[in-house]
Structures are given as structure tokens and as C-alpha cells.
Design a binder for this molecule. Structure first.
Ligand code: NIG
Ligand code: FE
Length: 432
């Protein structure tokens, strides 16, 4: 049974959700991120209504102050008795455009090989790059659309997508052109990131500078000319790219209008955070291995520390020290890292559960981290990430649940009932 009443007018431009048990993450639209001890606060309104018009949240308030509807033309009314309404999740770190899967490596890891050993044998990123180079743009769009539909059904409404499984000019551009097409056609809000420096391709094994020259001199100018990305990323890590190499790529990216947003401290602490903050990175992502000096490097900056707990879960590596950052007065964002190697999952509700269970974040902190703070980590917090008048109407209605803490508590369940993206109803009862 559908949980909403469809009006006879098919051109629905307006939606009214009434009797909302609790409207979560409400504000006046002026907060752009939540920091330190403020992360423990999650503003909500109980027994509320919310209206949507022309793709935006037009208003919200308490049912006790509701004045009724003057004009019912084209209005869809949804009764959300016993249900919550939340802003759609913002997933600020994914590698969503990839070809095929790598479950054979998953089995190798179960049998005892490490992620690093698999990569050294030509598996890992290079394995995905080979698959992607042999996959057409149309096929990539098809595979990615399935993933977009799946994450939308779990409540995600905005997603950052990286290249990085191409590792040649043609293949990197193919990924970014797919991202551009999806940006234009998708119900979700999409931002894209150029991650040419994800791994050194086999043919450049003895000529690292040659690959960096290719990124800087050949790929970046085309990306700028075609407007293919907003951000520049580098996998700064032992056996991947050094801090100096990351700095070269960040500088070139910045010169081509791309803001740095980088992979650092996944397996080792080699000074990437300090360098990224110095280059005004929008976010530093992963942060599983953090020394005190890495935390201190972020203090006082505008850079959003972003942690990816489902990657820690899947690879059995440490979870990022979110509590230490919050206690040091820093914000924390959370994202999925959806990719075929270290995180074959785009499930934000599971990220919330892991954050609460494994990182000791409270439900309030975790929800702030996947809404306003992750919106900030993709330059979207002025339009996404909270329930505010004038923000894009990307939101979802839950099934009947006792409270918002029930979302991370009931790990593995999908509690999303109705998805609204850009002001349109996309699904009910969890089906897209
Ligand atoms: O973010 N760390 C670098 N890149 C991906 C994983 C890459 C892969 O194994 O395919 C990540 O975890
Ligand atoms: Fe990643």
C-alpha cells in the first residue's frame, strides 16, 4: 500500500508532508558545518509539516501552527504519521564509476593475502583500471545508474564521484564524461573529482614523473576545457604517491580551477594532511591512521576531515579516531568510499551504524556527519544537508520508527520509505 494520497493532477509541483513524527536536522539555512561539541546537537521539530514547491523546500513548521491549505491544485499530500523526515544523505566520497567487481580479491584476502600484497601482484586499482579501459561509455553509464538507484533507495540525495580507474588519458576522460552525463540526467546532485593520481600504471612503473607529466600536461587542460571536474584528488600513501608528488598534482589542479580533496592517512601517516591543509584542501579523506600532529594540522583550517568507516570494516583496518577530532574541536564528515576494491557498498545507514558502534559517535554526531558536514565536503552545504527554507528538496520519509537513533541501531535494515529528490517523489515503500 502506498503511504501517500495522489491528487488527480499529474503535474505535481507541490508536496505537503503532514503529521511528521519528527523532522530531523532543521535550521534556517545559515549553518554550513557543525564542529566539535556542537556535533552532539541535532535540531529537530516534533509533530511537524513540510511543504515543497518547484524543487525546493518552501516551508515547514509545527502541526499546531499549521494554517491548512488554500490552494489544492497540483498538490500531493503525504501523511507521515509515526514517520520521520530527514534531509537526504550527502555521500562526499565515492568511486561510483567502475567496471565489474573484484570479489576474487575479496576471497584472496579471506585466505590470507593483504590488500597491499594483492595490489603488488597487479590486482587492486590496476585490475579495475584494466576492466574499465575495456568497457564502453554506454556500459559504464548502465552500471553506474544501477548503483545510483540503489544508493537513492537508501536515502542518498547527493554524491561525489571520482575518476581514478582509468589511468590513461582516454580512460580518465571517459569516466569524467560519464560523470558529466549523469550529472545532467540524474535525480541526485552529483559533483565530480579527477583522481588521475590513484596509482602508477604498469607502463609507467619506472617513469613516475612521466605519468605525473601526463596528468599535469595532458589530462588537466582537457578536463578544464570540457568542465569535467570540480575537485582534484591524489592517493597520497606509501607505495602510491608521495607528499611531494601530491603537492605537484594539487598545485596543477588548483591552477586549472580544481580544489584539492585528497586521500591521506589510509595505511600510513606520511605528512599528507599537513600538505593538503596548506594547499587549502576542501577535505582530507580516510584518516584511519592519525598521529597527534595530523590532528593538529587540521585545527584552525577550513578543511573537512572525512572518515570512511565501511572501508575500515571491509579491509579490517583501524577505524578513524573521530572522538579525538571532535574532542579537539574539529568537525567530522562521514562518507561511504563506494568502490570495487576497499568498499563495495554505498550504504550510508550502515556507515551510521559503524560510526556509532565502532567509532563511538553518538547518533546526533553521526547524522550531522552524513548531512551538513558531508554537504560541506562537496561545497553543497548552502543548498543541501539540512531542512531549511529554500534548500533543494532532497529528503526522505522513513518507515514507522520510534526515533532517529533507531536508524544506526537497526543496522542492516533499510528504513527509507519515500524518497523525494529535487522536489519530485521518486519512490515509496523503499522501491525506486
Ligand atoms: O579509497 N585508497 C584508494 N582508493 C580506494 C580503493 C581503491 C581500490 O582498491 O580499488 C579507496 O579505498
Ligand atoms: Fe576512496
Amino acid at each position: 500500500m502506498c503511504s501517500y494520497i495522489r491528487s488527480s493532477d499529474v503535474n505535481v509541483l507541490k508536496i505537503l508532508i503532514k503529521n511528521i513524527k519528527e523532522l530531523v536536522q532543521v535550521d534556517d539555512g545559515t549553518r554550513i558545518k557543525v564542529t566539535g561539541k556542537d556535533m552532539a546537537q541535532l535540531p529537530t521539530l516534533k509533530d511537524a509539516w513540510l511543504s515543497v514547491e518547484d524543487g525546493k523546500i518552501s516551508d515547514y513548521g509545527s502541526m499546531s501552527d499549521w494554517n491548512g491549505v488554500e490552494d489544492w491544485t497540483g498538490l500531493e499530500v503525504i501523511d507521515a504519521t509515526d514517520k520521520l523526515v530527514l534531509p537526504s544523505w550527502c555521500d562526499s566520497h565515492t568511486h561510483l564509476i567502475f567496471a565489474g567487481s573484484r570479489e576474487a580479491e575479496f576471497v584472496d584476502r579471506i585466505k590470507g593475502l593483504s590488500y597491499e600484497e594483492i595490489a603488488a601482484r597487479g590486482g587492486g586499482i590496476l585490475n579495475s583500471a584494466k576492466k574499465l579501459q575495456d568497457t564502453s561509455e554506454e556500459e559504464l553509464i548502465k552500471q553506474t545508474q544501477v548503483r545510483l538507484d540503489e544508493i537513492a533507495s537508501m536515502g542518498t540525495g547527493a554524491v561525489e564521484i571520482k575518476s581514478g580507474y582509468g589511468l590513461s588519458t582516454d580512460a580518465e576522460l571517459k569516466i569524467l564524461r560519464v560523470a558529466k552525463k549523469l550529472k545532467e540526467s540524474s535525480d541526485l546532485t552529483i559533483k565530480s573529482t579527477f583522481l588521475g593520481a590513484h596509482a602508477i600504471p604498469a607502463e609507467y612503473k619506472d617513469n613516475r614523473d612521466g605519468y605525473l607529466d601526463l596528468i599535469v600536461e595532458e589530462m588537466l587542460p582537457i578536463i578544464k576545457e570540457e568542465g569535467l571536474a570540480e575537485y582534484i584528488d591524489v592517493f597520497c600513501e606509501t607505495n602510491y604517491f608521495t607528499v611531494a608528488e601530491m603537492e605537484r598534482v594539487m598545485e596543477a589542479g588548483t591552477a586549472h580551477g580544481l580544489k584539492p580533496k585528497v586521500h591521506v592517512n589510509q595505511f600510513t601517516s606520511i605528512g599528507g594532511i599537513e600538505a593538503a591543509v596548506r594547499h587549502k584542501a576542501l577535505s582530507v579523506d580516510h584518516l584511519e591512521i592519525m598521529e597527534d600532529k595530523d590532528i593538529e594540522a587540521i585545527v584552525g583550517s577550513e578543511t573537512m576531515p572525512t572518515m570512511l568507516p565501511s572501508c575500515s570494516f571491509f579491509l579490517s583496518i583501524p577505524f578513524g579516531p573521530a572522538r579525538s577530532l571532535i574532542e579537539r574541536g574539529l568537525p567530522v564528515a562521514l562518507a561511504t568510499d563506494y568502490n570495487p576494491g576497499s568498499t563495495p557498498s554505498g550504504n550510508i545507514p550502515f556507515v551510521l551504524s559503524l560510526a556509532c558502534i565502532k567509532m563511538r559517535m553518538t547518533p546526533e554526531e553521526a547524522i550531522n556527519a552524513v548531512t551538513l558536514n558531508s554537504a560541506y565536503a562537496m561545497d553543497l552545504s548552502e543548498t543541501h544537508g539540512s531542512i531549511a527554507k529554500g534548500k533543494v528538496a532532497n529528503l526522505f520519509i522513513t518507515k514507522e520508527v520510534p526515533s532517529y537513533a533507531y536508524i544506526p541501531y537497526s543496522f542492516g535494515s533499510n528504513l527509507v520509505d519515500t524518497v523525494i529528490l529535487k522536489g519530485e517523489i521518486k519512490s515509496t515503500n523503499g522501491k525506486v
